[in-house]
Design a protein around this ligand. Structure first.
Ligand code: PLP
Length: 398
């Protein structure tokens, strides 16, 4: 079996050939330090500024509002810690959600340990924040709200414009982790009243280890990485010029065909969802069934099947996908996202995430639909949990 179908585009994507081509000269031809003033380095500074413009254009920001980072995790850390450390006097209050990526959750918990107050908002069964919950969570001392644009496991899109409006009315900073959304769906930081936004190149066919933090002009946050005066004194360290060039190019390319490509993926996504629901009994779709999810995200729970076993079976059949449970986090805990939308442990342990990409074809989807039902039913035949679930009257009592 030589077939390889990659359905883990939310984990990472391959660097596009056009992107790689653009990056290559900056490794060994035009390798000068962009901070140097001689002519050999000037081209590198120009390349950085071009990438800054490409990123700004993609989210309707100004180039001066973009700072390059080492990726989504650093951008998230910077936004939260930078905002917290910029508050003077008493340690105030942050609002975030229970389904954020660990880059936000663990940072918020760290700040909680330092004495800041944090509210982790619950979500409904589709993974959406209720605006009324947000409104009642605001306190006198709330200085920051951080709600992700789109969830990395179940694809749920949040009501970002409404959250932005509520924060702006109260003069509270609004940060969004848009790592899964940028390059995939339209984002307008001005229209959506977003003050800070995190993005990461490797989620849209750029290289790994490079990202950006958008900070609206006038937003005051403390520096996170200290050292030299790069990025106008905001983020120290010699810039990752090839990576930043790749980030800019990848985003420009994604933006170019975004509408067409997201519609194409949406059609394939719905074909996959429909096919699974028709072919596999007791398949539970996680995340919204309506349009409120990322165009490339499919997430199911199959009771009676262990997520990791399923991933290995699919791998053997040539399909790369992921599960929300266990291995990815190196622990046996079920996904915090699936628990937050109300799944019991049995359902959250049997979850499967398939995230489509630019290379996904109709043929790939059909192959998954031919392969997956057999794997699920074989695994269920061996599962005491399934036996109990299917035929509770046969439950063995000792
Ligand atoms: N935030 C979200 C929503 C993500 O999905 C990820 C990566 O999966 C990150 C942050 C971290 O990004 P990076 O891998 O660039 O550090």
């Amino acid at each position: 079996m030589n077939r390889r179908i990659y359905l883990d585009n939310a984990a990472t994507t391959g660097t596009a050939p056009e992107v790689l081509k653009e990056m290559l000269p900056y490794f060994n031809e035009s390798f000068g330090n962009p901070s140097s003033i001689y002519s050999f380095s000037r081209g590198n500074r120009t390349a950085l500024e071009r990438a800054r413009e490409q990123v700004a254009t993609a989210i309707n920001a100004e180039p001066a509002e973009i700072c390059f980072t080492s990726g989504g995790t650093e951008s998230d850390n910077w936004a939260l810690k930078g905002a917290a450390f910029a508050t003077s006097g008493a340690k105030g209050h942050i609002i975030t959600t229970m389904i954020e990526h660990h880059a936000i959750l663990h940072t918020a918990e760290f700040l909680e340990d330092m004495g800041y107050a944090v509210t982790f908002l619950p979500v409904d069964e589709d993974g959406r924040v209720d605006l009324k919950d947000l409104e009642s969570a605001f306190r006198e001392d709330t200085f920051l709200v951080s709600v992700m644009f789109a969830n990395n496991e179940i694809g749920t899109l949040q009501p970002i414009s409404e959250i932005g409006r509520l924060c702006r009315e109260r003069k509270v900073l609004f940060h969004t982790d848009a790592v899964q959304a940028v390059g995939h769906i339209p984002i307008d930081v001005k229209a959506m009243n977003i003050d800070m936004l995190s993005l990461s190149a490797h989620k849209f066919h750029g290289p790994k280890g490079v990202g950006a933090l958008f900070m609206r002009r006038g937003v005051k946050i403390r520096n996170f990485i200290h050292g030299g005066g790069q990025e106008k004194g905001r983020r120290a360290g010699t810039e990752n010029v090839p990576g930043i060039v790749g980030l800019g190019k990848a985003l420009e390319l994604s933006l170019h065909g975004m509408e067409r490509e997201s519609e194409r993926q949406r059609v394939l996504r719905d074909r996959l969802i429909r096919g699974i629901l028709e072919a596999i009994p007791h398949a539970r779709l996680n995340g919204p069934g309506d349009g409120g999810r990322l165009p490339n995200n499919v997430n199911f729970s199959f009771i009676g099947v262990e997520g990791e076993t399923l991933i290995l079976d699919l791998d053997e059949a040539g399909i790369s996908a992921s599960t929300g449970s266990a291995c990815s986090s190196g622990s046996l805990d079920p996904s915090h996202v699936l628990l937050a939308i109300g799944l019991d442990h049995a359902h959250s342990h049997g979850s499967l995430r398939m995230t489509l990409g630019t290379c996904t074809t109709e043929d790939d989807i059909d192959y998954v639909l031919e392969t997956l039902p057999g794997i699920i039913s074989r695994r269920r035949e061996m599962s005491p949990l399934w036996e109990e679930y299917e035929r509770p009257e046969k439950k063995v009592r000792i």
